[in-house]
Design a protein around this ligand. Structure first.
Ligand SMILES: *Cc1c(COP(=O)(O)O)cnc(C)c1O
Length: 377
């Protein structure tokens, strides 16, 4: 059955979410205003405690963004010039940008077509065969985690840290364990469009290693543990109290929002199957025991035409990501070329993210599916 009535289904509408939590957020922000304790301080500590507990991690260190979280994590392990760091080219720029910014060299392996995550065989082979790789950054793309056990084993054997890019996946679980609870360090982003979003930029690093946590807390304030005495050369990447106050309120809603996202993902899969749409629905791997659907991404043919078609019908979409990092002009010096990572390159031409935010209604999902069906008919 086709929904003929025209609707508008944006990719994301944060105003719907704000309406639900308006009073709580306004009073939490009001308290920060009254206190004029604007940076770090008790509000930030309170959010860090709650976030650590949510991720089942011992320590959480707030910072200014997800990009900074990655930079701080690499700095905590002294990654710098001459070092290589293994990651994937099919991710947001910051994953590799943080490596390059510290003077280290991003080294890529391809991703898997079904989970969009790091190809474990290639990753393990690379770690075992190289003595220059100083760290590895798997990315838990779209809200589903990478297959961590083989990676931890290979990294442990070499004595190198695994730095999880969990910017899209707070709340996700790997074999029943929360992302950020089991590895060396995990990096989170609270950019407003993420599944847990601040009212501006914010980020966080979790770890179970006390020494690493203390170093991270120092690195975010220019490497000082005691004010004006510097043990390391750090950066300025403090977390604002207003952001922490907003995040603390939102954290209590995250599970409810995640359930809604999961239910939308199930609905999409069912609607696509009923309509026999020639698009690949997302389907979590068995080890992705809790997928949080930060994005809902289909893999399809004639992607760009489909996107245009959907735009004309007021359906918001996005392409995460249209150019693999090994082909970015700023990384030309790395010497990669087209064809080096065929799965990543293919995905850049075929992925399309559909609306999946919690407040969507079932008619919205049916409308999106109908529009896709009309396109392929
Ligand atoms: C959003 C994101 C980041 C960076 O986070 P910011 O808070 O925007 O700096 C890093 N990695 C991935 C995979 C992301 O999605």
């Amino acid at each position: 059955m086709l929904t003929t009535a025209q609707r508008s289904v944006p990719l994301l509408d944060l105003r719907c979410q704000f309406k639900q939590i308006r009073d709580e957020v306004m009073s939490a922000v009001g308290r920060v205003c009254e206190s004029q304790q604007l940076i770090l301080g008790e509000t930030v500590r309170e959010f860090e405690r709650a976030a650590a507990q949510y991720c089942s991690a011992e320590y959480a260190v707030g910072c200014a963004s997800g990009s900074d979280a990655l930079t701080l994590a690499l700095m905590a392990y002294d990654v710098g010039p001459g070092d290589e760091v293994l990651t994937i080219p099919f991710t947001f720029f910051a994953t590799a940008g943080s490596i390059a910014q510290l003077g280290a060299k991003p080294v890529f392996v391809d991703v898997e077509p079904d989970t969009f995550n790091i190809n474990m065989e290639q990753a393990v082979r690379k770690i075992e065969s190289s003595n220059r790789i100083r760290a590895v950054i798997p990315v838990h793309l779209y809200g589903g985690c990478a297959d961590m056990d083989p990676l931890w084993a290979a990294a442990r054997a070499k004595g190198i840290p695994v730095i999880e890019d969990a910017a899209q996946s707070i709340g996700a679980e790997y074999r029943g364990k929360a992302v950020g609870s089991a590895g060396d360090v995990a990096c989170f982003s609270f950019y407003p469009t993420k599944n847990l979003g601040a009212f501006g930029d914010a980020g966080l690093v979790t770890t179970n290693n006390r020494e690493v946590a203390e170093k991270l807390a120092a690195l975010r304030v220019h490497g000082s543990r005691r004010r004006y005495f510097h043990d390391w050369v750090g950066i300025n990447s403090r977390l604002d109290a207003i952001q922490a106050a907003v995040l603390r309120v939102k954290l209590d809603y995250l599970d409810e929002w995640t359930h809604a996202r999961q239910s939308h993902a199930e609905d999409y899969a069912r609607l696509f199957a009923e309509r026999e749409l020639p698009v690949k629905a997302m389907s979590p791997a068995p080890y992705q025991t809790r997928h949080v659907y930060n994005q809902y991404v289909i893999v399809c043919d004639r992607r760009d035409q489909l996107r245009e078609w959907l735009t004309e019908r007021q359906v918001g979409t996005e392409i995460y990501y249209p150019l693999s990092l090994h082909l970015q002009s700023c990384f030309r010096y790395l010497g990669y070329k087209e064809g080096d990572f065929p799965v990543s390159e293919d995905l850049t031409r075929r992925v399309l993210a559909l609306p999946v935010y919690p407040e969507l209604e079932s008619d919205d999902l049916a409308y999106v599916s109908d529009c896709i069906g009309l396109f392929y008919r």
